[in-house]
Every structure is written in C-alpha cells, then in structure tokens.
Design a protein around this ligand. Structure first.
Ligand SMILES: C[S@@+](CC[C@H](N)C(=O)[O-])C[C@H]1O[C@@H](n2cnc3c(N)ncnc32)[C@H](O)[C@@H]1O
Length: 225
C-alpha cells in the first residue's frame, strides 16, 4: 500500500464528539461499528474500554505509534496556525479557545496512542486505504461511520467518494457521514453528487445533529442499505 504519512495532518476527536456528530444512542453504541478514516481519534479506545465493538480503518495504522506520535508533533503548530487564521469559520461556544481545542485534541490523540499497539494486535485498528475493497463480509457491520474524512476532503473527487461509500454500503447495514461540508465550511458539489448518485437505490436522510464546530456544519448524512 503506497501511502505517505507526510500527506496526513493527524487530528483526533473523542467518543463524546462522535456520539454527538452521529447522534449515537446508548443502544447503538453496543452494536458492531466500523469507523472509516478513524485516524488518531480516541473513539475506538474509549468505546472499547466501555466494552463496545468497533473496528477502525485507516492507512496511517501501517505506521508504528512512535511514527504517528512524531507526525502529530510535527503538524500541531501548523494546524493551530491554520485554525487561528480561519477562526471565523468556527463556533467557539463548547470549545472556547484555540488552547482549549489543542488540549482536547492532544488528550484524544494521547488516548489513541496509548491504545494503538494493543488495539492493532486485537484487530481493532486495521490498515486500509479506501476506496479499495475490504476483506469484510456483506453487511458485517451494523453502522459504518466517517468523521471528517468522506465528503470533507472534496478534492479527492466525486468518483473517490462514491466508490468509498459503495464499499461502506456493502459491508455496513447503515452509513453515517459527518460533516457534509468541505474544509472551507462550504456546501459543495461532491455532497450533491453523492446524494444524487445514491438516492434512487437507498434511503438517504440529512439529519441535524447536536454538534456544530465548523459554522453551519451540523448535519450528518445517513444512508440505509
Ligand atoms: C481529519 S482525519 C479524521 C480522523 C477522525 N475520523 C476524527 O474525526 O477525529 C482524516 C483521516 O482520514 C484518513 N484517510 C486519508 N485518506 C484515506 C483513505 N484513502 N482511506 C481511509 N482513510 C483515509 C487519514 O489518514 C486521517 O486519519
């Protein structure tokens, strides 16, 4: 698999944020979950501690935790600079300052790093580059999640997003994607094209959720197989 760690800006969110972004209920947290492009989020580590069942897939899992930790350190200043320059695109109510944000993200990524080697040995962190076909069976997972990966990186192109979501719909009974905006917090053609592509064969819902950090980014796309 050809994937360069230098191309990733690692940034990880928490279980509490995943619950809000995807409107996950306590009952849903007990299902068999897949998280695509899960990166250094603490979702898997925190939910596994609570006896949840979650598989995370991401190409960065081919690297050792020390390499991922080094990449996190290399990019922290760059991300904070970008966030400072674009602070008007975010809502600073729950997360109040850039320092707050940095603390929450670093804490989440530390929880991930502490869990990573153990979780990899247990098969909870799986190296995989979407949109390649996975080894999972049809409908193996109850819910497939994509936080801040699909639709957000609109530059990957419409074909990439459609192929990746098609593979998720093969292996998951339901798919949830958050946010539906691009990196500039704008509505964009990829989301429209994805909805147009899947709406004839699948039930699609744009659901307002109780999470908004990117201004206007408070909807998830839910797709049923
Ligand atoms: C902004 S991070 C989001 C991490 C996590 N989901 C969260 O919300 O905290 C985007 C993630 O997408 C992953 N990614 C990039 N290209 C990918 C691909 N082709 N297949 C799967 N994951 C990919 C990156 O490695 C990175 O970890």
């Amino acid at each position: 698999m050809s994937f360069n760690l230098k191309s990733v800006v690692p940034w990880g969110r928490t279980l509490a944020e995943y619950q809000k972004m995807f409107g996950l209920t306590p009952a849903e947290l007990k299902l068999n979950l897949l998280s695509v492009g899960d990166g250094p989020a603490s979702f898997n580590a925190e939910l596994s501690r609570l006896q949840g069942t979650v598989t995370s897939i991401d190409p960065i899992y081919q690297f050792a935790s020390a390499e991922i930790a080094q990449r996190i350190n290399e990019t922290k200043t760059e991300i904070i600079e970008q966030m400072t320059n674009n602070s008007d695109k975010f809502i600073w109510t729950e997360i109040k300052t850039i320092d707050d944000l940095l603390n929450i993200r670093v804490e989440a990524m530390d929880i991930f790093l502490d869990d990573f080697e153990k979780g990899k040995a247990e098969g909870r962190y799986v190296t995989h580059l979407m949109p390649d076909r996975t080894d999972y069976k049809n409908q193996q997972f109850d819910i497939g999640l994509s936080s801040h990966f699909l639709l957000l990186y609109a530059d990957l192109g419409i074909d990439f997003h459609i192929a990746a979501i098609e593979e998720m719909l093969r292996i998951c009974k339901e798919v949830r994607i958050f946010p539906v905006l691009n990196l500039n917090a704008e509505k964009h053609a990829v989301t429209d094209a994805v909805i147009a592509h899947f709406k004839n064969q699948h039930l699609l819902k744009l659901i307002k959720v109780d999470y908004e950090f990117q201004k206007g980014g408070n909807h998830m796309l839910q797709i049923y197989t």
